[in-house]
Write a protein that binds this ligand. Structure first.
Ligand code: ADP
Length: 184
């Protein structure tokens, strides 16, 4: 059982990682993760512990929110959630993964994801980056937009799983930053 990408025998066990910041996880991320399950046996959602990005939620909170959201979606089993820092390829190697999953929304995502895939290939040409196209209903959705929406007191039900909506409300209510528009 090597890391051969083409391995398809009954004993092959294809591990993929889906790396990202997930600050917080959105319906768009959940959609990509569940669809990626068609391409692998096990998917590791790899939550980047990158303090330079000063995320809204700690890495522990982001992981807990992904786990709770997956339970609600009934897709837990073959998906695990882990934190990592440092090189994404290094983490993939450590986990025996042959695939890095990323999501593509508009054309604007393409340039960055293309660059990332090429740089990652220089680190280990046996690990393929696979980009899944967004589902149309989530094509506009980004974690930064969700954070903005939450800060302004907007409706969150269609864009994030219920535990994330609760966590965002709690966070912004605690900071006294939610605008009154939610009650309009
Ligand atoms: P990063 O900081 O690595 O971009 P994100 O959590 O923002 O982390 O995104 C992780 C991956 O998920 C990226 O490949 C991003 O393009 C993808 N993604 C985010 N939102 C969506 C969405 N609505 N539809 C499809 N892919 C998405």
């Amino acid at each position: 059982m090597g890391r051969s990408v083409g391995a398809t025998g009954p004993e092959s066990h294809r591990v993929a990682i889906y790396p990202g910041t997930f600050d917080p996880v959105t319906m768009g991320h959940i959609d990509i993760a569940t669809r990626a399950l068609h391409l692998c046996d096990k998917l590791i959602i790899a939550v980047g512990d990158n303090r330079n990005k000063s995320p809204l939620f700690s890495v522990e909170q982001r992981m807990a929110l992904i786990r709770e959201s997956l339970e609600l979606q009934g897709v837990n089993g073959r998906i695990v959630v882990e934190a990592y820092h440092g090189l994404t390829v290094g983490f993939a190697q450590k986990k025996g993964a042959t695939m890095i999953v990323r999501g593509l929304r508009a054309v604007t995502d393409f340039e960055w994801e293309f660059q990332l895939a090429l740089i990652n290939r220089t680190q280990d040409p046996e690990i393929e980056t696979v980009c899944l196209m967004t589902s149309q209903e989530y094509s506009f959705l980004s974690a930064s937009m969700v954070r903005e929406l939450a800060m302004l007191g907007g409706k969150l039900e269609e864009v994030v799983p219920p535990p994330v909506a609760v966590a965002l409300r709690t966070k912004f209510d605690a900071q006294g930053m939610s605008a009154d528009v939610r009650d309009v």
